[in-house]
Design a protein around this ligand. Structure first.
Ligand code: NAD
Length: 530
């Protein structure tokens, strides 16, 4: 019986476990790390809830120790991709008919399973296969994923409760239908939480999903699928399809039932997807929703009135946490000449105290970058900076891929504000500084504004309130997430809805009602009584 206005449990941010030595959580995590390192599991595709193994395989390796294999996974071929689409379409009628509070219950249960029963499973998989240290894994694979699930359920209910006015003699209603067709979720390597959310958000709104995870995050993705199944997600609602992006895309993007794309990844890939959708636009039954959160070239702008200590802390954490492999990572920093000497002294001290190495040693703040391609790209940027007459490498710069893909935190001083490492997304632990003359503030703000194609995150540091007001106004279009006296990373679901503009994406703010609204196609109903 469905005849109550149910009250949902109130969403709250998942508390962060500290993993201090001797704590029970540390002990449980270590057991789980040992367990996962002592096995090599087989990861199938999951089509309509069934495991499907294929002949073409890939390996999941530890980026910090590339000889260590954690799993072998199946890759989808054309036949499997077609089956996945069929499965998503077949599961749709029953799923969209399921009362919304029952769907809510499945995702709330998944949140609790991750928060309690499977926190060590997901954190360990994220540490080992994506090379995140324990603290980064905890805030991602447990806290952010749980937050997405809990808050989105609340936002879903808010959307559904939004109803139009009715005059006497009529009743106007809005029914929030899911999209007609299936949603294609393409997820990046760098956040387990984003991968889970890109599938779960459209599914929560009654859609069915073809999910293509990143090769580098297949292990954590596979465990998310198992958790969702245990939480009661019906077969076929989310279908797990590792495989080569362009091969899967070729079939999925030419299917007439494609109703939307939920993407997070690089700008170039999203542009290519959009282009394909444009070419096929007459094929589709509807106009596919395009939601993509993409690259960044995120900045800190320091004003001469700023306190030094917080700027340095923000720069170090913003640039080097998770090896700079966050879309929001601080990768360019503008400093006033009058504060340079003080800043440099403190920066040197902080950067030199950072330890780089395996995730298994908890004191290592910086771990490995994700794979050899990433290593080689970063290596190229550092190589060119070493030989350019426009730059000096003032800290770090060592790198070594013999055992794992390790790049030391590196700080480049650029004499040209348009030097390539001030402009392009590097996605590694490389921070570039540019020193501006204090009296050249206005011009430097213009340079900052037009340096990069991206507009994801940015931070200003100043104590002078007039300066804050002025800079914030001047930089209005440079960032979708803007911070005052704080680092430009670490957005929390429910508190700082996340997304950027320009070439950083469609800015649909993951983990907010704005994003969920993209996965519905409302039907307005007017009934006349007389
Ligand atoms: P990526 O673009 O290489 O891959 C993203 C997904 O697209 C993966 O699943 C990949 O396999 C797939 N893919 C790649 N080529 C494809 C193709 N031709 N057709 C179909 N699918 C294809 O990104 P990545 O390296 O996994 O992640 C890093 C990027 O993601 C960075 O640019 C980063 O800034 C961005 N990112 C953005 C946000 C945000 O919220 N704005 C968050 C996280 C990451």
């Amino acid at each position: 019986m469905n005849n109550s206005m149910f009250r949902l449990p109130e969403a709250y941010n998942e508390p962060i476990k500290t993993y201090v030595p001797g704590s029970p959580e540390r002990q449980f995590l270590e057991q789980e790390l040992d367990r996962q390192m002592g096995q090599e599991i087989q990861i199938p595709l999951i089509i309509n809830g069934k495991a499907v193994h294929t002949a073409e395989k890939g390996k999941v390796r530890c980026p910090h120790d590339h000889e260590q294999v954690l799993a072998t996974f199946s890759k989808a071929g054309d036949k499997e991709v077609r089956r996945v689409i069929e499965a998503a379409l077949a599961a749709k009628p029953a799923w969209e008919e399921m009362p919304w509070q029952e769907r809510a219950s499945i995702f709330l249960k998944a949140a609790d399973l991750i928060s309690h029963k499977y926190t060590y499973l997901l954190n360990a998989a994220t540490m080992l296969s994506q090379s995140k240290n324990v603290f980064q894994a905890e805030i991602d694979a447990t806290c952010e994923l749980v937050d997405f699930l809990r808050f989105n359920v609340q936002f879903m209910a808010e959307i559904y409760s939004n109803q139009p006015l009715s005059e006497k003699g009529f009743w106007n209603r809005i029914e929030y239908r899911p999209l007609e067709g299936f949603v294609f979720a393409l997820t990046p390597f760098n956040f387990t939480a984003i991968a889970g959310n890109l599938c779960a958000a459209p599914a929560m709104m009654g859609n069915t999903v073809v999910w293509k995870p990143s090769f580098a995050a297949v292990l954590s993705g596979y465990y998310i699928m198992k958790i969702l199944k245990e939480a009661g997600l019906p077969d076929g609602v989310i279908n797990f399809t590792p495989g080569k992006g362009s091969d899967i895309g070729r079939i999925v993007l030419s299917d007439e039932n494609l109703a939307g794309i939920h993407f997070t990844g690089s700008t170039k890939v999203f542009q290519a997807l959009w282009q394909k959708v444009g070419e096929n636009i007459a094929t589709y039954k509807s106009f596919p929703r395009m939601v993509g959160e993409t690259g960044g070239k995120d900045y800190i702008f320091m004003h001469s009135s700023a306190d030094i200590e917080p700027v340095v802390t923000a720069a170090v954490r913003g640039a080097f946490e998770y090896q700079g492999q966050k879309c929001s990572a601080c990768s360019r920093l503008y400093l006033p000449r009058s504060r340079w000497t003080e800043f440099k002294r403190k920066l040197e001290k902080d950067v030199m105290s950072i330890r780089t190495g395996s995730v298994l040693e908890y004191g290592n703040f910086v771990n490995s970058v994700i794979d050899e391609n990433a290593f080689d790209t970063i290596d190229g940027f550092i190589n060119r900076a070493e030989t350019s007459d426009q730059t000096e490498i003032i800290l770090g710069g060592n790198r070594d891929k013999s055992k794992g893909y390790f790049v030391e935190p590196t700080v480049i001083l650029a004499h040209d504000p348009y030097y390539e490492s001030m402009v392009e997304e590097i996605f590694g632990p490389v921070l570039t500084l540019y020193i501006y003359e204090d009296e050249d503030l206005e011009n430097t703000l213009s340079i900052l504004d037009n340096t990069s194609i991206y507009a994801l995150t940015g931070a200003i540091f100043a104590q002078d309130r007039q300066a804050i007001i002025h800079i914030m106004t001047r930089l209005v279009h440079t960032a979708g997430n803007f911070y005052i006296n704080d680092k430009p990373t670490g957005a929390v679901v429910g508190q700082q809805p996340f997304g950027g503009a320009r070439k950083s994406g469609t800015n649909d703010k993951a983990g907010s009602p704005l994003n969920l609204a993209r996965w519905i196609s409302p039907r307005t109903i007017k009934e006349t009584f007389l």
